[in-house]
Design a protein around this ligand. Structure first.
Ligand code: ADP
Ligand code: ZN
Ligand code: ZN
Length: 760
């Protein structure tokens, strides 16, 4: 018997070992093994087991030539098969870390995103699970012996204590001691008399410990919700659940999951990292209690270890987490829910560059599970799949209980600027609306997609701006610590005393950040209670939740924040939403800029008027005619925007009408990055010529090599090529062909992103 092993190094190939007889009986794919490797001992995952001694050892992945034919691997296996294969040394853990289905998914990702298999395996497993130092936590547990031995001689005090323990059925020693005001030695004395046992037991490190979770019952669904639930339940293909904000999508998910659990299956719920707030988690834990496992980036290693093992053993059957939770080892997977499926945080921006929404569809297919993609503003990829019938569509066009969507007003900031000579932070219509809310005791959310005090420090005389030397972006002034910070690399510097170019000592601050908006707001409304929420104010572990809880409890009139507050929040008393600059994401060099802008505005607007009182939204803009902005303020809804945007994408040959990949060339040596980008662009163009021969409309298109929009980051120069083609496989084949011929030199990194979500 032989086994192919992915060693814990990014070598992107598998190594074949023989399996000694005594291990052969226990060997399973997905197990973590110990193997000899180049004179040391390495760990690796068993990917495939061959019963018979191999005639051919396929130690390298299949490769294809220019025309898609399979060619013989160039890298030969080191030794002829059957001869000197080394035996594996041990099986580290008998229960596999990956089920065969998950391994299939991992291999699919590695091939699709052109990533090394080992890196992909690693991304699919929480690091805490593989750390030898992380172990289950054991505490002493006390259990009354039933029935109480007849010959036990207890003092009246001991008898009373035993009765207390019996009533609660035992518990953790520490807790019982606290609850019944006794001491550990008293409990140990009971154990000596044989009436209780005290023994170590694995204690779960519960991420929700100490947080109140109120159990909830299913709500009675309205007809549209019920219809959607039936579509989900009966579907044989992915379902796109398009429901406006506040239409009760979460309740639909909860009831769909309940049905899955009744059938003895499990479910995964993906939510954007940013909306993985305790509020969201509580909604699932409130319905499914202990069966819910949470995977969150803020968990401790111990919590993550325990949650992962609870999932693997089947103790937890509902997993709620961000994109990496798509790899949760849920048994008998019945349903995957992707909430806010359009959210950019589902795309992983390091190798393997997978998109969790797409993986949800692939994993569901592999495991015969259902999949629901939910959003008020679906991605155009998913929307088109629903239009062509590849996905089923379930729509909930109205808010629950007859509540209306907010009235959205555009404020033309060009005109506002004419009134005062410069654009104000708060326009007069927004100020009036705010004033009204303060009078009525209602709450307001103000949204500004930029943290810090002011964006840029600028010399009014010569136009010099303070810029990070390692990144091609201006510094942002942070008032709290009176310094300039780079939002790309995190570096900082003090304020200059004078302009380095012209020695002028006065500076202008241009642009508005959350801190400056907060200061301006306090000047306009000195008595208003304002909470600010951005990356600076939420650095502590629970401050995110604390701020939201305080706002919910009515301890503030205004919540002012970045996109952190755009999604998922449900505050009944919020009747006004103001977007201070609706245009921030509009002018980015990104094919999805318009889509993102619309999504963001619709999501923020959706925070207003979610309960009985109707809501109102003010969008401050310099571009009231831009399609995304105009659509966000019209009552035509998402469908109208999508139709218009899809037509534009079709015209321009952009996703979803093609696949768009990027290659980014990074080097500390500017010339090196530039010349290699150019070389690749030319090679790809010649590939494209061959590919397109005889085909209509140039389906394979390669851009010139250009400076990336972020031309320099952390000292690395960046150049970029954009490739478009009918399928990702076509693009991967072309890039692999060039990489094979022209492997990158030492000082150059080439980052290949097969479904690039932005061109940064
Ligand atoms: P969405 O996720 O679509 O934005 P939510 O699921 O958050 O909407 O629902 C908005 C509010 O409506 C929540 O407070 C929820 O409890 C409530 N809700 C959902 N469905 C119903 C229903 N059928 N009847 C009454 N209230 C509901
Ligand atoms: Zn100057
Ligand atoms: Zn920087």
């Amino acid at each position: 018997m032989t086994v192919s092993v992915a060693i814990d190094l990014a070598l992107d190939r598998l190594f074949t070992y023989s399996v000694p007889g005594e291990l052969a009986k226990k060997l399973l794919v997905g197990q973590l093994l110990r193997v000899p490797f180049g004179g040391r001992i390495a760990r690796g995952f068993a990917l495939a087991v061959e019963e018979n001694a191999p005639a051919a050892v396929p130690a390298v992945p299949e490769e294809r030539d220019l025309f898609g034919n399979v060619i013989a691997p160039k890298k030969k296996p080191a030794k002829a098969a059957g001869f000197s294969l080394k035996p594996i040394l041990a099986i580290e853990d008998e229960s596999p870390f990956f089920s065969p289905e998950l391994l299939k998914l991992v291999r699919w990702i590695a091939a699709y995103t052109a990533s090394p298999i080992e890196t992909t395996l690693k991304a699919a497993l929480p690091a805490a699970v593989l750390k030898p130092s992380i172990k289950p936590k054991e505490l002493l547990y006390v259990e009354p012996v039933v029935p109480t031995p007849a010959d036990a001689r207890l003092t009246p005090h001991q008898k009373a204590l035993l009765a207390d323990f019996a009533r609660v059925g035992g518990g953790w020693l520490q807790q019982l001691v606290r609850e019944f005001k006794t001491s550990p030695s008293t409990v140990h004395a009971l154990a000596e008399k044989g009436v209780v046992t005290v023994a170590p037991r694995v204690s779960r490190r519960d991420p929700l410990a100490g947080r109140r979770v109120m159990p909830t019952k299913p709500l009675t669904l309205n007809p549209r919700q019920r219809q959607a639930l039936e579509v989900i339940d009966a579907a044989t293909k992915p379902v796109l659940l398009h429901g406006v904000t506040g239409s009760g999508k979460t309740e639909i998910y909860l009831q769909a999951i309940a049905r899955v659990l009744e059938r003895g299956q499990g479910a995964i719920v993906l939510v954007p990292e940013i909306s993985l707030t305790p509020q969201t988690v509580r909604r699932f834990a409130g319905r499914f209690g202990e069966q819910v496992a949470v995977l969150h980036s803020a968990l401790s290693d111990g919590e993550r270890y325990d949650e992962w093992h609870r999932i693997r053993t089947g103790e937890a059957r509902v997993v709620v987490g961000p994109r990496s939770a798509i790899f949760a080892p849920v048994r008998r997977l019945g349903l995957i829910v992707v909430d806010e499926e359009h959210d950019p945080s589902y795309k992983q921006d390091e190798t393997p560059r997978y998109h969790a929404r797409d993986l949800a569809v692939v994993r569901a297919r592999f495991e015969g599970a259902g999949v629901v993609l939910g959003s008020a503003t679906p991605s155009l990829e998913s929307w088109r799949n629903a239009q062509t019938g590849k996905y089923a569509l379930a729509s909930v066009p109205n808010r629950v209980a007859g509540r209306t969507l907010p009235a959205v007003h555009l404020v033309n900031m060009e005109q506002e600027a004419e009134k005062t000579g410069h654009p104000p932070i708060f326009s007069s219509p927004l100020l009036d609306a705010l004033h009204l809310r303060l009078e009525r005791g209602e709450q307001t959310i103000l949204f500004l997609n930029r943290r810090g005090f002011s964006r840029v420090l600028e010399c009014p005389d010569c136009g010099w701006t303070a810029q990070c030397p390692d990144c091609s972006v201006p510094y942002t002034y942070h008032r709290a610590d009176d310094c300039l910070r780079c939002h790309v690399c995190g570096g900082w510097t003090r304020l200059p005393a004078q302009c380095p170019d012209c020695q002028n000592r006065e500076f202008n601050y241009t642009g508005i950040g959350t801190q400056r908006a907060e200061a301006a707001l306090k000047r306009c409304f000195p008595s208003a209670r304002v909470l600010r929420m951005d990356a600076d104010s939420t650095a502590r572990k629970f401050s995110h939740d604390d701020i939201l809880s305080a706002f919910r409890a009515g301890k503030a009139d205004v919540l002012l924040g970045t996109q952190m507050i755009a999604k998922g929040l449900d505050f009944p008393n919020v009747t006004l939403v103001g977007v201070l600059n609706a245009d921030t994401s509009l002018h980015r060099p990104d094919p999805r800029a318009s889509e993102r802008t619309y999504q963001l505005l619709a999501q923020v607007s959706g925070r207003a008027g979610r309960a009985e009182k109707p809501g109102e939204v003010y969008l401050q803009t310099f571009a009231p005619d831009a399609p995304a902005i105009a659509a966000a303020a019209s009552d035509q809804g998402f469908g109208a925007f999508a139709a218009q945007e899809l037509a534009a994408r079709h015209q321009a040959y952009l996703p979803p009408y093609c696949r768009l990949a990027t290659l980014v060339f990074r080097s500390k040596i500017d010339e090196l990055a530039a010349s290699w980008a150019d070389l690749y662009a030319r090679s790809l163009a010649s590939w494209a010529k061959q590919f397109n021969a005889g085909k209509a409309g140039e389906p394979f298109r390669v851009s010139e090599a250009v400076e990336a929009p972020l031309a320099k980051a952390e000292g690395w120069f960046r150049y970029q090529i954009v490739v478009r083609a009918p399928s990702t496989r076509d693009i991967v084949a072309a890039v692999k062909w060039i990489e094979e011929a022209r492997p990158a030199p030492k000082d150059l990194r080439i980052v290949f992103d097969v479904d690039a979500q932005n061109l940064a």
